[in-house]
Each structure stands twice: as C-alpha cells, then as structure tokens.
Design a protein around this ligand. Structure first.
Ligand SMILES: [Zn+2]
Length: 163
C-alpha cells in the first residue's frame, strides 16, 4: 500500500514572533503633545516631556536588543560547548545546563520587555498612548513618565493584580 509521504507530518516549529519585526521609530517630532491624555489636575504634556519619554523608550529598545543579542550569543556558545563536550563530567554538564537555562530566561524576559517597549513607542507615535486598555480613561502623565510601558491605569492594574 502506497503511503503519501506528505500525510501525517505536522511541523510544530512555528517561529516565535515579536523579534523579527523591527520597529522603525518615526521620532518624537511626529507626536503632538496636545493629543496625549492627562488625568484631571495634571498639566498637559509638553514637547520636552514627550522628547524625554521618547528618548527613554528608544534607549530601552537599544539596550534590550543588546541584551538579547548577548544572551543569544551566550546560549549559542553554551550549546556548542555542550555538543563537543563529550568528555565533560556530570557536574560540568549540569552547570552548563543551568547557565543555559538562565541565559534563556534572561533572553525571554528581555524579549517580553522589548515587545512592550515597541508597543509603547508605537502607541506614543500613533494612538492609544496613556489610555487605559481596560477602562479607557487616561492613565495619567505622572504614571506614564514613571512607567512608559504601562497599559493600565492604577485602579485597573490593582484590580488585575487582585485576580
Ligand atoms: Zn483603567
């Protein structure tokens, strides 16, 4: 009986998205400070404050991309070492597994932060920056300056953490 070689083969190696697309920032000049929301009682955003926040997000992007590259290089090095380390003793191999796992965890954390930072920059240059994703109210200038990647207002964040 002939078997179609294409049948039954399921590939599960879907590439992890998020790091392949590179955000090209349009620059703080593209942001109209007057369109950024503030909470009642807060002063409107100024162009300087937008610039400062924009710069911070850009330098975060660069730092995180550097961290990911460094972690990827370290992981690649550890993989190589463990492949030709046939003569390694158990303890040495175990140590290498641990450092590979911690490098992977570092790289994953950095990827999460990078994705959040890219989204924050997109929102800042596009729409939605400083608007709570849950209740639609202004997150507040002070909070956005402290946490530029925030997507929830203080109240909704607290609610989420209680769940
Ligand atoms: Zn909210």
């Amino acid at each position: 009986m002939a078997v179609d070689p294409g049948e039954g083969i399921v590939t599960t190696t879907a590439p992890k998205s998020g790091t392949d697309t590179v955000t090209v920032p349009r620059g703080a000049e593209s942001v109209d400070p007057a369109t950024l929301p503030v909470r009642p009682g807060e002063e409107p955003w100024t162009a300087d404050e937008v610039h400062e926040l924009h710069d911070e997000l850009i330098s975060d992007l660069e730092r995180l991309r550097g961290e990911i590259d460094a972690a990827d290089a370290a992981i690649a090095g550890l993989m190589r070492d463990s492949n030709d380390g046939a003569g390694d003793d158990q303890v040495d191999a175990g140590t290498k597994n641990i450092s590979r796992e911690s490098e992977l965890a570092l790289a994953n954390n950095a990827r999460d932060s990078l994705a959040q930072t890219e989204r924050a920059l997109e929102r800042l240059e596009g729409v939605g920056f400083g608007i709570c994703e849950s209740c639609g109210q202004a997150i507040g200038k002070a909070r956005m300056q402290a946490f530029p990647r925030a997507t929830l207002c203080v109240q909704c964040k607290a609610k989420q953490e209680r769940r």
